[in-house]
Write a protein of this length. Structure first.
Length: 157
């Protein structure tokens, strides 16, 4: 519990310092929301470049976007399978029945088939994320903006 309070205090300090540097609450909330939304793309290893592109294209605070991206990494890992399952449901490919041993065996015996199978699962998961991402981005931006506007610019908070 104490570690959680310490982390909350650090986050408030970082956001407060961005406000003091003249960054608008809207840009801060957009930066945090893009980092969060892109940070959970169900394809590990891609989020740093995606966040960098978004930050540069949208004139966001790159360190803030990347910090949030890094902080949500455990959530990204936790959501990979749910996104793959949602993708399977959306495309009617049925439940995921492939386990790690089957994938390893397939990789060793039929590389082409394994890339085809894994590629399809990953593609369907990314499409599922793409359907959720706009709603998540808007909701997150609204929520974060509400919270950022409550952070005092003065004092020891």
């Amino acid at each position: 519990m104490a570690a959680s309070k310490l982390n909350q205090h650090k986050i408030v300090q970082v956001v407060g310092s961005l406000l003091k540097q003249g960054m608008s609450p809207e840009k801060i909330s957009e930066s945090i929301s893009w980092g969060f939304t892109l940070g959970i793309v169900p394809l590990p290893g891609t989020t740093t470049i995606l966040c960098t592109i978004a930050a540069l294209a949208l004139s966001l605070n790159l360190p803030a976007v990347q910090l949030v991206n890094w902080l949500v990494y455990p959530l990204q890992i936790a959501l990979i399978i749910p996104f793959f399952v949602l993708g399977a449901v959306l495309f009617g490919t049925g439940p995921l029945t492939v386990d790690a041993r089957e994938i390893l065996t397939l990789l060793q015996t039929d590389l082409t088939r394994s890339f085809e199978l894994l590629g399809t699962i990953i593609l369907h998961g990314i499409i599922a994320w793409l359907l959720i991402a706009p709603v998540l981005l808007l909701a997150c931006t609204h929520l974060v903006l509400t919270l950022v506007r409550r952070i005092p610019l003065r004092g020891n908070h």
